[in-house]
Ligand binder design. Sequence first.
Ligand code: NAP
Length: 484
Amino acid sequence: MVSRVIPVESFDLVIFGGTGDLARRKILPGLYRRFCAGQMPEGARVIGAARADHTDDEFRKLVADSIKEFVPAGRRDAATIKDFAERLHYVSIDARGDKGWSALAKLVRKDVIQAFYFSVGPGLFGDIATRLHKHKLAGNEARIVVEKPFGRDLESAKALNAVLADSFDENQIYRIDHYLGKETVQNLMAVRFANVLFEPLWNAQYIDHVQITVAETVSVEGRGAYYDKSGAMRDMVQNHLMQLLCLTAMEPPSKFDPDAVRDEKLKVIRALDPVPAENIVRGQYGADKDGDSYIAHSENPASKTESFIALKVDISNWRWKGTPFYLRTGKRLKARMSEIIVHFKETPHSIFEEDAGSHANVLTIRLQPDEGMDLRVTIKEPGPGGMRLVDVPLDMTFADALGPDAEDVPDAYERLIMDVIRGNQTLFMRGDEVEAAWSWTDPIIEGWQQRGDQPKTYEPGSSGPEDALMLLHRDARRWREIRK
Ligand code: NAP
């Protein structure tokens, strides 16, 4: 099987923050991979922009070093790195001042697709949008890509939407959530809407509950000050877990088109019930054997910020009433693992003997590691000994299904950047979607702040606080184990 490379038109992509961590780790290595795949047409250019003074050559060296660091050895070579580097330019610019803007205006061409990636701190998003407009840098067809976090509550998200709307139309704004760029996440839509098998069962009548877990092993080291103002609810649930929930729960859109898909996601968010205190468990990791704890990285020794959260979420609509969605995410957990688990109900009646063993079907959608899906089905245990039942996985691990091509599956950022160039907003969040997500999130946060709730301490390397296990135990259910 050969991966299909869809050609794109020539472009100038300006990366504000082109020397920063995200640009060096993800955006620029991703662009190099697309270049190698033949997806950067003749004349397409990437322009790094940040305050520090660099020549084009110094920037090229910085990018070449990043490629060597972040692209596996078998997937790069000196000749293509050199060719790619020739497409790179650099402008020293201050998002908050006048420095560099005329130079950038001279460099960016008007007769190709213009894309401006805001890979800078969120405090600069408005400044950059306003200056792009003021310096008449961006044409009517230009696209801007805005990184997360998109606001920290409804008010700030609305203010940011308003500032961007002063200079750009909604169809020019690409609010990125890289989870949506993952192969499996899009496959979830393919599995649901390109097969007759699942959709008739995809509702409260046949699905017992859904679990969404995004577990990280990393600590907040180096980001303590930022994280203290954010916490797991703002940093992960309001965006990534919410998007996964939406794609799992949404109605079939009438077509695979940006607004049709986003309309359906928005309806899900609007149907989410408020979450009562008893359905929320917040945690903060304690000290490990070296004394490293959440508090050790916080500027506030009495910080109540959660590095873990688990929620039981109900969706009040015809399809889902009675089927809870359990969400959980946290740092310093046992393993790095993101998955959506759809637990179907048991068969309504078993014709087999009680001790034959009976298992409900479970569909697992793995985002990381090893992107893929498996569906557990019940079959007869082979061999003599009567009718004994076992459940076996129907495995759809992409690496197996795609063979050597699996390594060529573009990473989420690569795919999303190419969607920006193609002008396809399907996998980007619309302004009203982000605001609706904050409208649901804000009262939950205000609730625990008003109650003065303390997060429960959990052991680093564990599955989070005991209370999170109880959230399911009390409903006679169990979390899927967090494992490597
Ligand atoms: P970073 O490493 O701190 O880089 C910031 C970049 O912005 C640098 O290139 C910096 O260069 C430039 N910059 C700072 N102030 C500027 C100004 N006034 N004018 C022009 N350029 C300026 O940050 P990052 O980790 O790459 O994150 C960038 C954005 O992506 C943030 O919104 C972050 O929340 C988001 N994000 C990051 C990650 C990640 O893994 N890093 C993941 C998801 C989202 P100079 O200092 O030379 O100006």
